[in-house]
Design a protein around this ligand. Structure first.
Ligand SMILES: [Zn+2]
Length: 260
């Protein structure tokens, strides 16, 4: 199996999204398995469409749109992405895979452009072409939020707090895309939406349990920009012992996480 991962954006959280000081936009994945290519777009947040166009992603070839939950930095550009994937519905094709909150939020006009809309909960298995995908549990303000594990190779935590149980779902993957919104989350444990995101300290605890071959930092918030991207990466890598990568927007990574 071969895989290419392109980070259309890397930002997340309200302040990064609303200021675009860290560009948001989602993740594009291209699998090649047994001579079948499968192209997926994950969490098309604010700016995803424009940035993906600039990065020469061919929407009409995308087989599946995966949306983890109904927050702006994950769902905002789903409608226009669906239009581009289906030639504004003239070519009914591809699918959207998402929790029911996302399916309810997207109007029938867009859903009818697609061949299928599959609603998912945590701990379900499904296929897009020949790619096996599992959904994972999260704990987040959007209760129906899900993460994904693709081909038991690459995992995406989506937005969640850290618990041992949540980290255990991702054991021994090759690549783990970890949503880290803060260097140190001052809202942790408080009854606030901001509290339900991981910080660098959670990332270390998560990686010591999940033990992936490599971790990619994603969904980066302003607190990480202020502390320093490289200092945060170094903190996570040196304390977890897991190779940690800060992705560059628009660059394509191969399965060993080197830039192509
Ligand atoms: Zn969220």
């Amino acid at each position: 199996m071969n895989l290419k991962i392109k980070f259309v954006g890397i930002g997340g959280g309200r302040r990064a999204t609303l200021t675009q000081k860290i560009k948001t936009g989602g993740i594009y994945l291209e699998f090649s398995k047994n001579n079948i290519d499968t192209k997926l777009f994950l969490d098309p947040g604010v700016g995803a469409f424009t940035r993906a166009l600039e990065q020469k992603i061919k929407f009409i070839k995308i087989d599946g749109l995966l949306v983890s939950h109904c927050h702006t930095d994950h769902i905002n550009d789903a409608p226009v992405t669906i239009e581009a994937m289906t030639n504004t519905g003239r070519t009914k094709r591809a699918g959207m895979y998402c929790p029911k909150t996302v399916a309810e939020h997207i109007s029938d006009y867009y859903k009818n452009c697609l061949e299928k809309v599959i609603t998912l909960r945590a701990n379900e298995k499904f296929k897009i072409k020949n790619i096996n995908i599992k959904t994972t549990k999260t704990i987040h303000t959007e209760k129906f939020n899900i993460g994904f594990i693709l081909e038991d190779f690459v995992g995406y935590t989506s937005d969640t707090i850290f618990t041992e149980h949540i980290a255990e779902q991702y054991k021994n993957l090759d690549v783990l895309i970890l949503n880290i919104c803060f260097f140190k989350n001052p809202y942790k444990g408080k009854d606030l939406g901001f509290g339900q995101h991981m910080d660098a300290y959670d990332a270390v605890r998560f990686l010591k349990i999940a033990k992936p071959k490599a971790c990619i930092m994603y969904h980066l918030g302003m607190s990480i920009l202020n502390y320093g991207f490289e200092k945060t990466r170094n903190y996570i890598q040196s304390n977890s012992g897991v190779k940690t990568i800060l992705p560059e927007i628009g660059k394509t990574y191969n399965p060993t996480l080197t830039v192509e």
